[in-house]
Every structure is written in C-alpha cells, then in structure tokens.
Design a protein around this ligand. Structure first.
Ligand code: ACO
Length: 428
C-alpha cells in the first residue's frame, strides 16, 4: 500500500499522498490541500518545501553527499573536465568523445559577443560591482537575440545552451577588464574553455601570456564544484523567473542577482574581506569567534554554515585539498591562510558552532584559491556564477520542458482589515 499522510483539522481528516524520490527522499504532496481544507502551509525560507521534482542533482546534507546525475562530486572533480560536466548536467549523460568535441566546437560558434555590448558596459560607473554589471549584460543579450528559444525543439535548445555558455564566459571577463581599464579580449577558438577564460581575463597586448597548467587544473575543478547545487536561492530564482516563460538570458540574469547576495555566492568575497579585517586588527581570531557568537552583534563568520549541509560540505573537503596543492605548486605564501586555518580550528572545537552544525562551506576555501590564482576579490562571485551557469541552464531546461506551472507562492495576510477611505483634508 502506498504511504499517505493524514491531517486532522477539526472534525475533518484528509489524506495526502507521499512522493518518494529515487534516493528515498520523501515529500507530502500538498497540492490539493487548499482545495480540500481552505488552508495553506507556512514555511519561511522554504526550509521544508520541495518546489519541484528534479533529476539533476542529489544532495544529502546529513551525510555530506553531492551527486550530479548520479555521479559523485568526488569522482567528477577528480576525472572530468568542466565542459564534460556542463554536458552531463544539461543533457543528462556523460558525453562520448565525439559529443564532447562537438559540444566544445559548437560553443565556439557563439563566443563572439556583439560589439554594441561594449557601449552598454561603458555606461556603468567605475564604482559598479562586477555582479551588477554581469547581471545587466546577461539580460542585455536578449536584445541581441530576441527570438525566444523553442523549448520543444532539442536542436533549438542545444544551440541556446551553447550560445549561453559561449557568451557568458566572455562577458565575465569583460566585466573585469573594464573595471581595471584593460582592452577587452576575444575568445581564441583554438584553445580550451578554461584556458580561454584565463586569457580573456589576464592576457595583455604588451606581453606574452603564459598559461600555467596548475592554474588551469585548479580552475577547472573549482568550476565543477560550483556547477550545480539543486534548489538553492539563485537556482530557484532562475526556475521561478523562467516559469513565467521569461527567456533563458533574462532568467540567468536574475540568477546572477540572487547569487550576488552575501548569504549566498557573495560569501566568498566576504570571507576574504573578513580574513583581511581580522589580520588588520592584529590577527586575534578568538575575538571574532566571540563576536560571531554574540546575539547582539550582527557579525557572522562568513564561510561557515549551510542551509542544507549539517555535517560537512563535501565540496569544502575537495577544495581544501586543492587549496593546499595550488598554494604549494604556485609557491604562494598567503598570510591570511594562517588566519583561515586558525579560525577553522577554533570554530570547529567551539560548542556554539558544534551544536549548530556550523562547518566551513565551499566559500571558505574558494576565495583563498582564487586569490592565489590572481583573481581580484571583487570578481570572486563572478567566478561562482561562471561555475554555476550549467546548473542554472540545466534547471531552466528541465523546468520548461517539464511544463511546470508558473511559480506563485501564497501568503497569510497580517495587515489592516477593511477600512473606510479618509479624504485628504480629514487626515490627522
Ligand atoms: N556565524 C555565526 N552564527 C551562525 C552562522 C555563522 N556563519 N551561521 C548560522 N549561525 C547561527 C545562527 O545565528 C543561528 O543561531 P541560533 O539558532 O542561536 O539563532 C543558527 O546558527 C542557525 O542559523 P540560520 O541562519 O537559521 O541557518 P540558515 O540555514 O538559515 O542559514 C546560512 C544558512 C545563510 C548559510 C548561514 O549559515 C550564514 O549566514 N552563513 C554565513 C554566510 C555564508 O557563508 N554563506 C554561504 C553559504 S554556501 C553557498 O551559498 C555556496
């Protein structure tokens, strides 16, 4: 007999079906609840709410498990390349050699960005944050590609995916180049994707740019680790914006804005700024741990805690090892690394953090690697966006092709009840 949940409301008992996922996750299907009872559910921050069924990413926050399409993040980070993982997330299977080659070639078809985009970039003041500019530029792509994607056509969808991946990487670099006042670079279709990103970012006309394979490998791994994370804040944003049938670029632009926030992707920038501040203040880690525990102080230890992982973040484990390797290979001796290590030790042994299951998350270490790779702090969240792009695309595609209804939560109204209008001259 299939499992049901019973809800008793006064003298009425109703039965609601239980949905079970392939990893045995359970949900009570309340889609008929309001019709049957007149009640809705309340779940601030959606801590207990499933918004969709998805076949893309599985994570178990208690066990610290993360799978993309059934493959563990550990195996993908060790063996796969970023574009291979993009293909897996978006199309559901690991590509064959021929499919991967074609995918890379087809992405190259779209790496030229309309020159008029430069006028849009020039319109931003120097004070603009790279994430704000990236969000605007991604949305602006719609103006140059006004024809909506026919989601029913696999060919149309495939080319929309290649186009988004091809243009987004160039835009990420242009945001940075404008900020530092360097000429904008173009994708070199004879080179790989990650190598191209580094060239787009750092190659300057006055000298040869030498690619360091250690840097390429580390970046490739970082992008894979960020590639998807099921229904997080930015991905849910992409799905909900797309559910109104807004286009792919507009939906991804919204995802970039959601990712920008310091409680989400913006945390990687905040981690480094926090570590710098602790260092500038004499390196007293205990003082900052006390501040984080003080309920009257808004300060939080950035890079600690996660909405879903309540044991450890498996990405943080991989990244921590990668950080050690990259720093050693590049011969980087970063003083804030010592502060990071001290902070991690103190927090992990502290009862406040232990009892609340607050562990270092992926952002705690990613900033340290980005810094070692020469990526400026303000660009860290852009790096996260570059990695998360395939996840956003995969989730958008799944949502649109699955014919999901428009996302529209309800509320419980707690404002004033019906009142008579008071004419302006009678108001006190
Ligand atoms: N420092 C100090 N205390 C914390 C921290 C922290 N970083 N994170 C959570 N807590 C405390 C809260 O004050 C709360 O304490 P209480 O029970 O005594 O009131 C308890 O732990 C639970 O915290 P919530 O905010 O309810 O947890 P939630 O799941 O809503 O938030 C979040 C998760 C937003 C990630 C939070 O841990 C946080 O703000 N961390 C710092 C920012 C950060 O690193 N974000 C990156 C997330 S990972 C990512 O986006 C890739």
């Amino acid at each position: 007999m299939s499992e049901v949940a019973k809800i008793v409301l006064g003298d009425k008992t109703i039965e609601l079906p239980v949905i079970t996922g392939t990893e045995n996750e359970k949900a009570i299907d309340i889609s008929k609840l309001r019709d049957l009872t007149g009640y809705i559910t309340m779940d601030r921050g959606y801590k207990n709410t499933g918004a969709c069924e998805s076949a893309i990413t599985f994570l178990d926050g208690e066990l610290g498990v993360l799978h993309y399409r059934g493959y563990s993040i550990e195996s993908l980070a060790e063996h796969a390349g970023f574009l291979e993982v993009c293909f897996l997330l978006v199309f559901g299977e690991l590509p064959t050699k021929a499919q991967l080659q074609k995918f890379e070639d087809d992405i190259r078809l779209y790496t030229l960005v309309n020159e008029e985009m430069k006028d849009i970039i020039d319109g931003f003041p120097a004070s603009a944050h790279p994430m704000g500019v990236l969000s605007a530029l991604t949305s602006a792509l719609t103006a140059f590609n006004p024809k909506p994607v026919d989601v029913k056509s696999e060919n149309d969808m495939y080319h929309a995916v290649c186009k988004t991946i091809g243009k987004f990487v160039v835009l990420c670099s242009w945001v940075y180049r404008t900020k530092v006042g360097f000429p904008l670079n173009y994708y070199d279709n004879s080179k790989g994707y990650v190598e191209n990103f580094l060239r787009l970012m750092f190659a300057i006309p006055t000298q040869e740019y030498k690619i360091n394979p250690v840097v390429v490998d580390a970046l490739d791994k970082l992008l894979i680790l960020h590639a998807d994370h099921e229904q997080n804040c930015s991905t849910s944003t992409v799905r909900i914006v797309g559910s109104s049938h807004a286009g792919l670029f507009a939906s991804i632009s919204a995802g970039v804005s959601a990712l920008w926030g310091p409680l989400h992707g913006g945390a990687n920038q905040e981690v480094i700024e926090m570590l710098e501040a602790i260092r500038a203040d004499g390196g007293d880690v205990d003082k900052y741990v006390l501040k984080a525990k003080d309920k009257d102080d808004p300060f939080r230890l950035m890079g600690f805690g996660h909405r879903v992982y309540k044991n450890f973040d498996p990405r943080a484990k991989i990244i921590k090892k990668a950080a050690d390797e990259v720093l050693a290979a590049l011969g980087v001796n970063d003083p804030i690394l010592e502060i990071a290590k001290k902070l991690e030790k103190v927090a992990l042994e502290d009862e406040y953090f232990k009892s609340r299951n607050l562990y270092p998350n992926v952002d705690f270490y990613s900033g340290i690697i980005y810094r070692a790779l020469g990526i400026p702090t303000e660009m860290f969240t852009v790096m996260f966006a570059l990695g998360r792009l395939p996840g956003w695309i995969a989730q958008w595609k799944e949502m649109r092709q699955g014919n999901e209804p428009i996302g529209r939560p309800r509320q419980i109204y707690v404002g004033k009840t019906d009142r008579a209008y008071i004419p302006l001259d009678k108001r006190k």
